[in-house]
Write a protein that binds this ligand. Structure first.
Ligand SMILES: Cc1cc2nc3c(=O)[nH]c(=O)nc-3n(C[C@H](O)[C@H](O)[C@H](O)COP(=O)(O)O)c2cc1C
Length: 209
């Protein structure tokens, strides 16, 4: 069990974090093109609710966020396409960077390519994704996140335009060769729910410290 330390006069009281009375108000903001970041955000929210957090999930494409003052923890997620974060969640980081500097922040990205590189044992390429899309993303907006998450994503032929379906054909063959199977026709979901759970449970502990 994790304990928080409170100082009362000359006595330190060790209060189990699970005994914290108020729920930590948490905002999850995400942007998605193909749907993976929405599903991962819902999964993170479900786990945080189990951990007794109060959670609001916002799709930055559908809802404009005006004010984040009520939240203690803010989690921001984006999906990668051609080496770029989803615009809406990147804009959120940019627009709220001053407010976020005062809060507990975690950021994550969805990348189907990450899962492929893991299977192929390409650790250097994986490190490059972590650096450019998580560490540098945080640095760009002067943030010091308590957690950075690199999760799998989806390759969904049904949602790709004609050109991407053709140009990504070779890449999709690599997914198949690496043992990824379609979860429904045209869709490969490489997300690892156990990995997302572990990350979220550790994040919950860090947020409460
Ligand atoms: C056209 C296209 C481009 C992509 N580019 C990248 C990329 O540059 N890096 C990467 O890691 N994944 C890339 N992917 C895989 C995505 O990361 C994956 O589809 C992920 O689920 C995107 O997040 P979203 O579903 O929330 O939009 C690409 C996928 C597509 C269809």
């Amino acid at each position: 069990m994790v304990y928080s330390q409170n100082y009362y006069g000359s006595i330190y009281l060790y209060v189990p974090i699970t005994m914290r009375c108020e729920k930590m108000k948490t905002l999850i903001v995400y942007g998605t093109r193909y749907g993976a970041t929405a599903l991962t955000s819902q999964e993170i929210a479900k786990i945080l609710l189990e951990e007794n957090f109060e959670v609001k999930v916002v799709d930055a494409k559908k809802e404009k966020i005006e004010d984040i003052s009520e939240f203690e923890l803010v989690i921001v997620g984006g999906g990668l396409k051609m080496g770029r974060w989803t615009g809406e969640s990147d804009d959120f980081l940019k627009n709220f960077q001053k407010d976020l500097a005062q809060k507990k922040v975690a950021i994550f990205v969805s990348s189907a390519v990450k899962s492929l590189l893991e299977r192929q044992g390409k650790t250097e390429d994986l490190q490059k994704i972590k650096k450019s899309h998580l560490e540098d993303e945080a640095l760009k907006y002067h943030l010091n996140p308590i957690a950075l998450g690199l999760f799998g994503g989806v390759m969904d032929k049904n949602k790709m335009g004609f050109i991407f379906r053709r140009t990504l054909g070779v890449l999709i063959k690599q997914f198949e060769a690496a043992g990824f199977k379609e979860t429904s026709p045209g869709l490969i979901d490489t997300r690892d729910l156990a990995e997302i759970r572990k990350w979220t449970e550790e994040l919950a502990q860090k947020a409460l410290q």
